[in-house]
Design a protein around this ligand. Structure first.
Ligand SMILES: O=C(O)CCC(=O)C(=O)O
Ligand SMILES: [Fe+2]
Length: 190
C-alpha cells in the first residue's frame, strides 16, 4: 500500500507504481492521445472542460447507458497488458480504455466510477497532480491524498474503489491520463 507524505498508508485497495512506463515512452503516448478523437466530457447536458475518448465500452453520462464503442487502438495494447499485470488481472480483463486530457484549469469532480466497472487502473502523463479521496463519516469526511507522478499508475479496487470518492483538482499545466477498467462479474454485458 502506498503511503502519503507523512508515511501513513493511503488506503486498502489502493496500489501504485511510479514507473509503469519509461520516461522516453511518455511523449509518444501523449502524442497518441492528442491525435485521438477527443471531445469534451458530457454529463447530463453539461459539457466539462476535460477532453475524453473511450474505447471498448463507453458509459454515456447523457443517456446513462453503457454501449460498445470503437475497439482499443493498437498503440494501447502493450500498455493494457502492463496495466493488467500490475493490477494482477488477466490480459483481457481490462475491457475499457478512457483517454483524458486535462488542459490548464480542467479537473474532475468528486465521484465514484460507474458500478458496471470493477478494477480501475490509471496511468498519468504530463504534469504531476494529486488525487484526493474522501468518504463520509459521522461528522464530515475522512480524507486522503495520493500524488499522481507522470509515468506512474494507480490501481483502485475493493475499499478504495467502492468505499471512497475521488477527484482531481484543476492544475495550471496539462495532464493526460489513460484509465483501463474491467467489468464487474455481475454487470458484465452479454
Ligand atoms: O485522470 C485520472 O487519473 C482519473 C480519471 C477518473 O477518475 C475517471 O475518469 O473516473
Ligand atoms: Fe474516477
Amino acid at each position: 500500500m502506498p503511503a502519503d507524505l507523512f508515511g501513513t498508508p493511503v488506503l486498502p485497495g489502493l496500489a501504485t507504481v511510479d514507473d509503469l512506463i519509461a520516461p522516453d515512452e511518455e511523449a509518444a503516448l501523449i502524442a497518441a492521445i492528442d491525435s485521438a478523437p477527443l471531445s469534451p466530457f458530457r454529463f447530463q447536458g453539461w459539457t466539462g472542460k476535460r477532453l475524453t475518448a473511450s474505447y471498448g465500452w463507453r458509459y454515456d453520462f447523457d443517456t446513462a447507458r453503457l454501449g460498445e464503442t470503437d475497439p482499443m487502438p493498437d498503440w494501447l495494447t502493450p500498455l493494457k497488458a502492463r496495466a493488467a499485470a500490475f493490477a494482477g488481472l488477466g490480459r483481457d480483463d481490462l475491457v475499457q480504455a478512457l483517454l483524458i486530457r486535462y488542459d490548464p484549469g480542467a479537473g474532475i469532480g468528486w465521484h465514484r466510477d460507474r458500478p458496471v466497472f470493477e478494477h480501475v487502473v490509471g496511468i498519468s502523463l504530463g504534469a504531476p497532480a494529486v488525487m484526493r479521496l474522501r468518504r463520509r463519516i459521522e461528522r464530515g469526511f475522512e480524507r486522503r491524498s495520493l500524488p499522481l507522478p507522470p509515468c506512474g499508475a494507480y490501481h483502485l479496487s475493493d475499499e478504495a474503489r467502492h468505499g471512497w470518492e475521488h477527484s482531481i483538482a484543476p492544475i495550471e499545466e496539462t495532464r493526460w491520463s489513460i484509465t483501463f477498467r474491467s467489468f464487474t462479474d455481475r454487470e458484465r454485458p452479454r
